[in-house]
Design a protein around this ligand. Structure first.
Ligand SMILES: CC(C)(COP(=O)(O)OP(=O)(O)OC[C@H]1O[C@@H](n2cnc3c(N)ncnc32)[C@H](O)[C@@H]1OP(=O)(O)O)[C@@H](O)C(=O)NCCC(=O)NCCS
Length: 316
C-alpha cells in the first residue's frame, strides 16, 4: 500500500523493527510536545495570568512596606528586594507549569516502548462482559448466529472461543497494524491501528456507550454476517496513535495516513476506524487550564477522521 510513485513521500505498512522503533520515537516525541502545549496553555490562561499579576502586586506592596520599615540609614531598600522577589515569583510560576504538565513526560517514556506497542493500549482492562446487551446487539447476535453456523460455529460458546483465540493472537502481537510515511528513507509519520475482536477490549478503547452502540448498529446494518470473522461482535479498527514529525505537519501527511487506515479497514471488512480513548496523544486529566489547546486538537482530529471516512466510503 503505497501513496504515490513520484512523490518522495511513501506510506506503507511496516513490520520491520527499525521502522517500528523510529515510529515509537516519533510517538514519544509528540507526547513530549504535548507537554509544551499544555504548559503554554497554562501559562497564558487568563486565570493564571491574573494570579501572577495579583501576586506581583501583593509582593510589591509587601516589599515596599518591609523595605521602608527596616531601613536604618534612611535609604530605600525595597526596590532591591523587589528585584529578587519578582523574578522568584515568575520562576515559581514557570516551575508550577513544568511540574503540573510533567505527566506528559512520564507518559512519553511509557509509550515509546515495545510494551506499549504490543501489550498496552488501554487503562480499562479488567472488566467483565456486559450482562444485558442492547436490543440491537441481540438482533446482531441472532443474525450472526445464523451466518456463523454456516461457517461451522454451531454454538455461541464456540463463537466466543473463536473470538478469544483471535484476541490471543492480537495479544501476541499480530493485532497492531503500523503504517509509516517515509521521506528519504526516514520515518516522518506513523499511525498505529489495532483490530479489536472482542466486546471487552472494545469497551477498553471506546468508553462512550453511544459510540459503541453506533458501531453495533453499523455492524448490523452493513456487515450482518461478519464475513470471514465468524463473530457476532463488531470487529472494529481502533487508532492508537497518529503522529507526524513536527516540522512536516500541515502538508497532508497525516491525512494520507488516515486514508490508508480507513482503506485497510474497508478491505478487511472492519468497522471504523475510531480513535481509542486511550490513544497515545490523549488529553491527560490535568487541571483545566492546561487542556484548552489539546482538547481543541483532539476534537479537530476526530472531525478530520470522520471527513476522511466519509470521503473514502463515498469513493468506494
Ligand atoms: C495530528 C497530526 C498527525 C496531523 O498530521 P498533519 O500532517 O499535520 O495533518 P494534515 O496536514 O494531513 O492535515 C489534515 C487535516 O487537518 C487540518 N489541520 C492540520 N493541522 C491543524 C490544526 N492544528 N488545527 C486544525 N486543523 C488542522 C488540515 O487542514 C487538514 O484538513 P483537510 O484535510 O480537511 O484540509 C499532527 O498534527 C500531529 O502529529 N500532531 C501531534 C500528535 C497528535 O495530536 N495526534 C492526534 C491524536 S488525536
Amino acid at each position: 500500500m503505497s501513496s504515490s510513485t513520484n512523490n518522495p513521500l511513501t506510506t506503507s505498512l511496516t513490520t520491520t523493527e527499525a521502522d517500528q522503533i523510529a515510529s515509537l520515537h516519533l510517538i514519544a516525541d509528540s507526547i513530549a510536545q504535548q507537554r509544551q502545549l499544555a504548559a503554554r496553555s497554562m501559562l497564558t490562561h487568563p486565570a493564571m495570568l491574573s494570579c501572577l499579576t495579583f501576586s506581583l502586586i501583593i509582593t510589591y506592596f509587601f516589599t515596599r512596606t518591609l523595605g521602608t520599615t527596616t531601613t536604618t540609614t534612611g535609604e530605600d531598600t525595597w526596590p532591591y528586594l523587589l528585584l529578587i522577589i519578582w523574578p522568584a515569583c515568575i520562576m515559581l510560576y514557570l516551575l508550577a507549569a513544568a511540574h503540573t504538565t510533567h505527566p506528559y513526560l512520564e507518559k512519553a517514556g511509557r509509550t515509546g516502548t515495545w510494551v506499549w506497542l504490543w501489550r498496552g493500549g488501554t487503562r480499562y482492562k479488567h472488566r467483565r462482559r456486559e450482562q444485558s446487551p442492547s436490543p440491537s446487539r441481540l438482533a446482531s447476535s441472532s443474525s450472526s448466529s445464523f451466518s456463523t453456523s454456516k461457517v461451522g460455529y454451531s454454538t455461541p460458546m464456540r463463537k466466543d472461543l473463536h473470538n478469544a483465540e483471535k484476541h490471543e493472537e492480537d495479544e501476541k502481537g499480530r493485532g497492531d497494524i503500523m503504517f509509516v510515511t517515509k521521506y528519504q528513507d526516514r520515518v516522518i509519520g506513523t499511525l498505529v491501528l489495532r483490530i479489536i475482536h472482542t466486546e471487552e477490549e472494545l469497551w477498553g478503547h471506546v468508553r462512550d456507550a453511544v459510540v459503541r452502540e453506533q458501531l453495533y448498529q453499523y455492524q448490523q446494518q452493513y456487515t450482518p454476517s461478519s464475513p470471514g470473522t465468524g463473530s457476532c461482535q463488531p470487529v472494529v479498527g481502533v487508532i492508537r496513535a497518529w503522529t507526524v514529525q513536527q516540522h512536516l505537519r500541515g502538508i497532508g501527511v497525516g491525512r494520507n495516513l488516515l486514508e490508508n487506515a480507513v482503506q485497510i479497514c474497508r478491505e478487511r471488512g472492519v468497522i471504523g476506524p475510531v480513535f481509542s480513548d486511550c490513544h497515545a496523544n490523549e488529553v491527560l486529566g490535568l487541571p483545566v487550564v492546561c487542556n484548552g489547546e489539546l482538547l481543541r486538537r483532539e476534537r479537530w482530529a476526530r472531525e478530520v477522521l470522520e471527513r476522511v471516512k466519509s470521503e473514502v466510503d463515498g469513493a468506494v
